[in-house]
Design a protein around this ligand. Structure first.
Ligand code: FPP
Length: 250
């Protein structure tokens, strides 16, 4: 379904869709538990939803989608689950990246990738290399990412610049600081979605979510449908106090 939200007073064709959506894909484990399956099966089912939502963003010309695939804290999960997630990342990247490339998607990973296996790092680098000139959806995959890590990392990079005399302390403002943060090449998320019923940011994009609209939904990530996503987009249009005409093209 192509969704188009309009209101009087906006330029023809000007969209009320968010330019950038950030998502915490929560609930895979509970989805699996409910079916007496291993948690890894929930993550596998979660990948299917991720694929659907990426395609939905492409179709609706959303500029950027940032998904939380693995947090810095997720290393403390049982070893079997961490290994299953790592294997899933490798196989998903390998099977999806060419399809994403054909759809003109620019894939980028954010987070500290140095802790990943060489194989996974190689896959990540290849996916980024292959898609780096694409000008369609900017798909950011947060992996071994934490919002506090991002801020500390930006500080380190900035201090380095000051020490090397490339920057003066008095030149540092929010825009300057932002240029050292992850996602500095896309607008900040307009809409944050968290599935799975919890109402937390969980150390996701702490700096970048400063002005985002926050949308929480009970649906577990593997059950999150195109319709649920479009519901969030419609909610966002209302949050922006743009209660104008809503046209949905099937
Ligand atoms: C949270 O659910 C989900 C994760 C920690 C992993 C999400 C990863 C994917 C959906 C795979 C995406 C893959 C790529 C390569 C983009 P949870 O396990 O915390 O669920 P629970 O709260 O029900 O236990």
């Amino acid at each position: 379904m192509n969704i188009h939200l309009e209101k009087d007073g906006l330029e023809d064709g000007q969209s009320l869709l968010p330019r950038h959506v950030a998502v915490v894909m929560d609930g895979n484990g509970r989805w699996a538990n409910k079916r007496h399956l291993p948690r890894a099966a929930g993550h596998k089912a979660g990948v299917k939803t991720t694929r659907k939502i990426v395609e939905n963003c492409v179709k609706n010309n959303i500029e950027a989608l940032t998904i939380f695939a693995f947090s810095s804290e997720n290393w403390s999960r049982p070893q079997a689950e961490v290994s299953a997630l790592m294997a899933l990342f490798v196989s998903t990247i390998m099977s999806e990246v060419r399809k994403l490339h054909k759809k003109n998607v620019h894939v980028q990973f954010i987070g500290d990738r140095k802790q990943f296996s060489e194989k996974l790092q190689k896959n990540i680098n290849e996916a980024e290399g292959l898609t780096k000139n694409n000008i369609g959806l900017h798909l950011n995959i947060a992996a071994n990412y934490g919002g506090r890590w991002d801020v500390v990392n930006a500080c380190k990079l900035l201090i380095n610049e000051v020490q090397n005399k490339n920057k003066k302390i008095q030149d540092i403002d929010e825009a300057c600081f932002n240029s050292f943060m992850s996602l500095n090449d896309v607008p900040a998320p307009d809409l944050f979605i968290r599935t799975g019923g919890e109402q937390r940011i969980s150390n996701f994009l702490l700096w970048q979510l400063a002005y985002s609209e926050l949308y929480f939904v009970d649906t577990l990530w593997p059950d999150f449908s195109d319709k649920d996503f479009e519901q969030a987009l419609i909610w966002f249009a209302g949050r922006q106090r743009r209660f104008g005409k809503i046209i949905i093209n099937h």
